[in-house]
Design a protein around this ligand. Structure first.
Ligand SMILES: [Zn+2]
Length: 425
């Protein structure tokens, strides 16, 4: 309605003015520098209006011409940005989809269109890596490291490449620098910890864990287990340096951090025994034995009294079995002690428990010994020995990553460098 009214006024006004002027004819004479112009008022007004219109039009045109280069450039820039970001997002999609050629093409396009290298560098690095060109990927990532806003991402990329080519020293350097930028960063903590552990830098690894604890970026049980690992390894170093008391303190701390961590409990018990603290050693082994029974603890238990009589050993092994009756290693240990003490009935009882629960070469071997020593029954003994040969091999330490078998527990696999990767199976 408003627009219609405006239009009406715009059309009607000149018409009304023209009619009004036509009704009132008048002469106008202009003299100027020897010129003379005779005309009517109506024509003069029309002429003036025409001049005004021309001036206005000229002004608009001049303004438009003056402004146009800026506007043209701005439009071009915005179009380039738009296309650049599209190339970037399409490129990242191509990376995710595993389309290396498309990713590479789009990375180059984004690189050309976008001024922000921190974004295009990431895509470029990913595309180069997919295309099997780590050198170009590294170049992109190194550029990213130079800019504060993309440095962390760049270092993480360089770290991944260093790990891939197995360069531990370089990887540790990149991980440390990334960690300094974002201490406690999730995902980075375990990588840095493992690299420090592999390099034997246990004190530094402990600092990493302290930072992780402060940021709360790792689960409580995992954190405590890693802490136990670190403290146990520091205890090993102290022990090797002849500092028995220092080693003991560290080993006890390790045992407290994770009572299920058998190597620390065994080490603490051994050091306590060496310092004449057998009661405390007994308590440590029992504590660990309840949490995680293991043959190494039976060994440590026996080592507390290497010179005891066979009967005394049976008494002490009974105590261990009572502390955790579910452990077959306890029953086997007690059966062996009973055999040595010639307590045949007790030996048979505990061997049956162990052999029925899990067939093992060790249980069958002890049953053969029982048949031979108690009854002189060579035929029965031979039958058990045959069964022993066919039974599953005894458990031992194996690396979960590379499968390598180890005589004793190790913090770092000697085969593949996996940290804390040994499992008992
Ligand atoms: Zn391994």
């Amino acid at each position: 309605m408003g627009r219609l009214l405006k239009l009406l006024i715009l059309v009607a006004l000149p018409v009304v003015a023209a009619v009004w002027l036509a009704d009132r004819p008048g002469e106008v004479t202009i003299r100027w520098q020897g010129w003379r112009l005779d005309t009517s008022l109506a024509v003069l007004v029309m002429l003036l209006l025409a001049v005004l219109a021309v001036v206005h039009g000229l002004g608009t045109a001049i303004r438009a011409v003056l402004r146009s280069p800026g506007r043209f450039l701005a439009a071009r820039k915005s179009r380039r940005l738009k296309e650049g970001y599209r190339a970037l997002s399409d490129g990242l999609t191509a990376v995710a989809a595993g389309d290396s050629r498309r990713a590479h093409r789009l990375a180059r396009r984004a690189d050309k269109l976008l001024p922000d290298r921190s974004l295009t560098g990431f895509l470029g690095a990913q595309a180069a890596e997919m295309a099997g060109d780590p050198t170009t990927a590294e170049k992109h990532l190194a550029e990213m490291v130079e800019r504060p806003e993309s440095a962390f991402l760049g270092l993480k990329g360089l770290l991944a490449l260093a790990l891939k080519r197995g360069d531990q020293a370089q990887a540790l350097d990149f991980a440390r620098r990334a960690w300094a930028l974002q201490p406690g960063a999730e995902g980075l903590a375990t990588i840095l910890f493992d690299l420090q552990a592999r390099a034997g830098q246990w004190a530094e690894a402990e600092l990493t864990l302290a930072e992780v604890k402060r940021k709360g970026s790792m689960g409580g049980a995992d954190l405590l287990h890693r802490r136990a690992l670190v403290l146990d390894q520091r205890a090993a170093a102290a022990e090797a340096a002849g500092d028995t008391r220092g080693a003991l303190t560290l080993a006890l701390d390790a045992h407290r951090a994770d009572p299920m961590f058998v190597p620390a409990a065994a080490r603490a018990a051994r050091l306590l025994h060496r310092l004449g603290k057998d009661r405390r050693a007994t308590a440590v082994i029992e504590h660990a034995w309840r949490a995680a029974p293991h043959p190494a603890l039976v060994e440590a238990w026996i080592a507390l009294a290497p010179a005891e009589t066979a009967l005394m050993r049976v008494k002490r092994m009974e105590r261990l079995v009572r502390a955790n009756p579910d452990s077959l290693d306890g029953h086997l240990g007690l059966a062996e002690a009973a055999l040595s003490a010639r307590l045949w009935g007790q030996a048979r009882t505990h061997l049956s428990i162990a052999a029925e629960a899990t067939p093992s070469a060790r249980a069958y071997g002890l049953l053969a010994r029982l048949e031979r020593e108690e009854r002189d029954d060579d035929a029965a003994a031979a039958a058990w020995t045959a069964k022993a040969a066919a039974a599953p091999a005894a458990s031992s330490w194996h690396c979960a990553a590379c499968g390598r078998q180890a005589e004793t527990w190790q913090a770092v696999c000697a085969g593949c460098g996996a940290v804390d990767g040994l499992e008992w199976r």
